[in-house]
Ligand binder design. Structure first.
Ligand SMILES: Nc1nc2c(ncn2[C@@H]2O[C@H](COP(=O)(O)OP(=O)(O)O)[C@@H](O)[C@H]2O)c(=O)[nH]1
Ligand SMILES: [Mg+2]
Length: 243
């Protein structure tokens, strides 16, 4: 009971922090990233919307809400290692019933990444049946901060290049439990014959969509750290002391 009350209080604080003008949360940088991502969606072959497997609804990427389900948009439930296995299965079934292509993954698990690469390659083959070797496929990873976009991009790059016996230096995009570390859109090669690139993007979270429940879920999952950083203007310690 006390935990539920604390969760609600934290959720309400996150909501208030989002609504507060000048809280620095939805910066001009995030707004620019949101625009840049939206501009690229029609240009890329696939958009992977990365969500947290523990909170697959609250971690949805708002900017994709108006895009209808399509075989070119794939919902990836990441961090399945932290989620309840049975619930993840149910969520995957739920999204499939909504005509969404959906995949559950742990970005830190090599076998998961290999299977996911096979899945992506199959989708690429379906998309470019004719002369597919000539084309370069681009896959953009989008999502709210901290869902694991950069981790997934790095893992796909590492495993994809090893499988393709590619030479050359491995690239890295920054992985961090703190928000806002990915500042630009960067591209990493994940396959050859045909060439496949993933675009890692900065996380975007519109404060206007937050309600108390979503706020508390973000606090209580891995996004907790991120929210605490955002909440530096809110007297978070007071919230704990009052509970
Ligand atoms: N347990 C677990 N942690 C993950 C997974 N993917 C990413 N993380 C962690 O989540 C945090 C945020 O990851 P990052 O890739 O920077 O998220 P981004 O902001 O969406 O790019 C980091 O501490 C990662 O190590 C996963 O599948 N499982
Ligand atoms: Mg990142």
């Amino acid at each position: 009971m006390a935990t539920a009350a604390l969760a609600r209080r934290l959720g309400a604080s996150v909501k208030d922090a989002g609504a507060k003008k000048g809280s620095g949360w939805y910066s001009s940088h995030m707004a620019a990233a949101s625009r840049a991502i939206l501009e690229r969606i029609p240009l890329v072959d696939f958009t992977l919307e990365i969500r947290d497997a523990r909170i697959p609804i609250s971690s949805a990427y708002e900017d994709l809400r108006d895009f209808p389900p399509s075989s070119r948009r794939i919902i990836v439930l990441n961090k399945t290692d932290l989620a309840d296995r049975r619930q993840t299965k149910e969520w995957l079934r739920y999204f499939e019933e909504q005509s969404c292509v959906c995949y559950g993954i742990n970005s830190h698990n090599k076998d998961n990444i290999k299977e996911f690469l096979n899945f992506i390659q199959a989708r690429v083959r379906e998309l470019k049946k004719d002369d597919q070797l000539k084309y370069t496929t681009t896959i953009m990873l989008v999502g709210i901060p901290n869902v694991g976009k950069s981790s997934l991009a790095n893992s796909l790059h590492q495993i994809g290049r090893i499988s393709a016996a590619e030479k050359g230096k491995l690239k890295h995009t920054i992985v961090s439990p703190l928000p806002g570390e990915t500042k630009d859109i960067s591209s990493l090669k994940i396959g050859s014959h045909p060439n496949i690139y993933v675009l890692d993007t900065p996380g975007v979270l519109h404060p206007s969509i937050l309600d108390v429940e979503m706020g508390s879920k973000l606090v209580l999952t891995a996004q907790g750290l991120l929210v605490i950083v955002w909440l530096r203007n809110v007297k978070l310690l007071n919230i704990f002391c009052l509970s």
